[in-house]
Design a protein around this ligand. Structure first.
Ligand SMILES: Nc1ncnc2c1ncn2[C@@H]1O[C@H](COP(=O)(O)OP(=O)(O)OP(=O)(O)O)[C@@H](O)[C@H]1O
Ligand SMILES: O=P(O)(O)OC[C@H]1O[C@H](OP(=O)(O)OP(=O)(O)O)[C@H](O)[C@@H]1O
Ligand SMILES: [Mg+2]
Length: 293
């Protein structure tokens, strides 16, 4: 594809047009301050306030477009990039679109462990990952490529087993299948072309990553406010390891202070009961939009 002159400075980013990752990716881009018009109706969208244009395509096409330099960056499941064997660089894992690629077979059937796949027929949309995994284990199976609804292949007797994406396991269960072995763990990734980019584009990617990192870190953290009596402040600081220098402000009530801090939310829930026992009260938890450290 021919790139125009302004493509030297404007970043072109690929994302899934219509699927599981679309809304989450758009939410992420909006969360880092990028503004777009209605993305449901366009294949190509210019960002109004950042030098970025979005290309909305099928997810299977994203790794190749990024590999070939048609797009500079792409948001796509690691499962798709690995299956294509695309020559790209993963810049960030994005903690959404979490799923695994697993071998599965009929519940209560004869396939119980991975070695039972020897000589069996396996239906999958991921033939390369499946073959590679089985070859690595020294197992020879027949891999049949199916582009969708893989889970019904055993019932149709097209295959003995499947290798498919799993998240809750509901799809497998609904089709009388059980998971035997995970062969690949996946999440949505931000990938970058390995083609050489202009200095302007490299700078834009740096700016883009600062925003993504700030957004990711903010998503894992909360602004916490609580009240306590002055003599409990040290004990409270000891309970939260990352609470090294919180803001401590006097309250109108004598000997009482307000403690404000930012901490990882997982850490907060671990110690919440302990904080209450140590005298913390009126605990308020607020979301953070972005964090630049
Ligand atoms: N059940 C799931 N839970 C979480 N993430 C998933 C799940 N299934 C798939 N994904 C992730 O979302 C990506 C997109 O899934 P989707 O089902 O929308 O793809 P698709 O049908 O191949 O879409 P397209 O039309 O773009 O080719 C997958 O490649 C995977 O990374
Ligand atoms: O373990 P579960 O939570 O049931 O998720 C697994 C299912 O999710 C994906 O399909 P999706 O729902 O995206 O539909 P698709 O088959 O049309 O792509 C995947 O292909 C599985 O079929
Ligand atoms: Mg696809």
């Amino acid at each position: 594809m021919h790139r125009t002159a302004d493509s030297e400075t404007s970043l072109r980013i690929a994302l899934q047009k219509d699927g599981r990752l679309t809304d989450k990716t758009i939410n992420l881009l909006e969360g880092i301050g990028l503004q777009f018009d209605n993305y449901k109706r366009s294949l190509m969208l210019k960002c109004r306030n950042f030098d970025v244009e979005l290309l909305l395509i099928r997810d299977d096409d994203i790794p190749e477009y990024v590999q070939d330099g048609v797009c500079d960056l792409g948001f796509v499941g690691a499962n798709v990039t690995a299956e294509m064997g695309a020559d790209v660089t993963t810049l960030r894992g994005l903690e959404y679109g979490m799923c695994r690629l697993s071998l599965a077979a009929k519940k209560d059937g004869i396939i119980k462990t991975v070695s039972d796949f020897e000589g069996k027929t396996i239906a999958t949309s991921y033939p390369n990952l499946t073959r590679k995994y089985l070859e690595g284990k020294g197992i020879s199976s027949k891999v049949v490529t199916i582009s969708g609804a893989v889970e019904i292949a055993p019932r149709l007797e097209v295959a003995d087993a499947v290798c498919d994406l799993v998240s809750t396991g509901n799809t497998l269960r609904a089709n009388g299948l059980e998971e035997i072995e995970t062969i690949f763990e996946s999440e949505t990734e931000l990938i970058r072309t390995n083609k050489d980019l202009s200095p302007g584009k490299k700078k834009l990617i740096e700016k883009f990553l600062v925003r993504i990192d700030g957004h990711q870190q903010a998503g894992r953290s909360r602004y916490i406010m609580m009240n306590a009596s002055e003599e409990n402040v040290d004990e409270i600081k000891d309970i939260i390891p990352s609470l090294k220098s919180p803001t401590v402000m006097p309250l109108a009530e004598k000997n009482m202070v307000a403690i404000h801090t930012v901490i990882p939310i997982d850490e907060f829930w671990e110690v919440m009961e302990q904080l209450k026992s140590a005298g913390a009260s009126g605990i308020v938890i607020l979301p953070i939009e972005s964090m630049i450290v």
